[in-house]
Design a protein around this ligand. Structure first.
Ligand SMILES: C[S@@+](CC[C@H](N)C(=O)[O-])C[C@H]1O[C@@H](n2cnc3c(N)ncnc32)[C@H](O)[C@@H]1O
Length: 239
C-alpha cells in the first residue's frame, strides 16, 4: 500500500513520486478531496474505490477504507491510497498505516502539498513573511472551541502574534473568531480561500470581527482554509 498525498486539488500539485506510484497502481482508493482529475487518466483495468461514494457515515467509512486497503493488498495487488493534501495533516493517514501494519502489510508514505500552506500560497497569502509573521500554527476546526473533546488550547492560540491557519472551520467560523478575539484585536486580517487550486477557487478578505457575517454573506462552503494574522492583510499584485 502506498499512502499518497495528492495535494490540494490541482492535479499538477501531486509529487513526482506520487504520480509514479499512481501509474503502477492496481487499485486506487481515492478521497473526496483528492485531485479527482488524476483518476480520469488511470488505465481501464485499475479498480477505483471512491471514498466520496461510500455510504454509512464517517466512522464506518474509515473502517471500510482500512479493510479495503488490507483486503486488496492481501490479494497481491498494489494499492494507492490517494489522499487530499498531505496524508498526515488531518488526513487520518497514520490510522490507515497502523491498520495496514497490524495486518502485516508494508506501507510507503508519500508526503503531499498540504492545503494548509499550498492553498494560501496560491491565493497570494504567504503563511510566514519576514518581519510580519515568524510563526504559523495549523488548527483543526473539527470540534468547537468549548467542546470538551477539543485538544486545542484556544487561549494559547489566541495569544499568538503570527499566523493561524484554520481547517474544517467553515461551519463554526464565528465561534473560532470569537475564541481568537479573546487575545487578538477584532481588526486582525483574515483571508478565506474556498476550493483552493481548482477552477472554482474563491478568495475573500475580512477581519476577525466581521468574519462570521462576511462568510455568511459570501456563502462560503467547504472545503475552505481560513488564514488569520497580519499575512492575510499583505496585498500583492497577484492577490
Ligand atoms: C480532512 S482535512 C484534510 C486536509 C488534507 N490532508 C491536507 O493536508 O490538505 C479537510 C480540510 O482541508 C482543507 N482543504 C482541503 N483541500 C482544500 C482546498 N482545495 N481548498 C481549501 N481548503 C481545502 C479544508 O479546510 C477542509 O475542510
Amino acid at each position: 500500500v502506498a499512502l499518497v498525498g495528492g495535494g490540494p486539488g490541482d492535479p499538477e500539485l501531486i509529487t513526482v513520486q506520487g504520480k509514479r506510484l499512481l501509474a503502477h497502481a492496481d487499485v486506487v482508493v481515492a478521497d473526496r478531496l483528492a485531485p479527482r482529475e488524476l483518476l480520469e487518466d488511470l488505465p481501464a483495468h485499475v479498480e477505483v474505490v471512491d471514498a466520496a461514494k461510500i455510504p454509512y457515515g464517517r466512522a464506518a467509512t474509515q473502517e471500510f477504507i482500512n479493510q479495503t486497503l488490507i483486503d486488496r493488498a492481501k490479494e497481491g495487488k498494489f494499492v494507492v491510497r490517494l489522499k487530499g493534501g498531505d496524508p498526515y495533516v488531518f488526513g487520518r493517514g497514520f490510522e490507515e498505516l497502523l491498520a495496514c501494519a497490524e495486518a502485516g502489510i508494508p506501507v510507503t508514505v508519500v508526503p503531499g502539498v498540504t492545503s494548509a500552506f499550498g492553498v494560501p500560497a496560491l491565493a497570494g497569502v504567504p503563511v510566514t513573511h519576514r518581519g510580519v509573521a515568524h510563526e504559523v500554527v495549523v488548527v483543526s476546526g473539527h470540534v468547537a472551541p468549548d467542546d470538551p473533546r477539543s485538544l486545542v488550547d484556544w487561549s494559547a492560540i489566541a495569544r499568538l502574534k503570527g499566523t493561524v491557519v484554520l481547517m474544517m472551520a467553515v461551519e463554526r467560523a464565528g465561534a473560532f473568531a470569537a475564541a481568537l478575539m479573546e487575545g487578538r484585536p477584532g481588526s486582525t486580517p483574515v483571508a478565506v480561500i474556498q476550493e483552493g487550486s481548482t477552477a472554482s477557487q474563491r478568495v475573500f478578505r475580512s477581519t476577525l470581527d466581521s468574519l462570521a457575517a462576511d462568510m455568511e454573506k459570501w456563502e462560503v462552503r467547504p472545503p475552505a482554509i481560513i488564514v488569520v494574522g497580519p499575512v492575510a492583510g499583505i496585498a500583492s499584485a497577484n492577490s
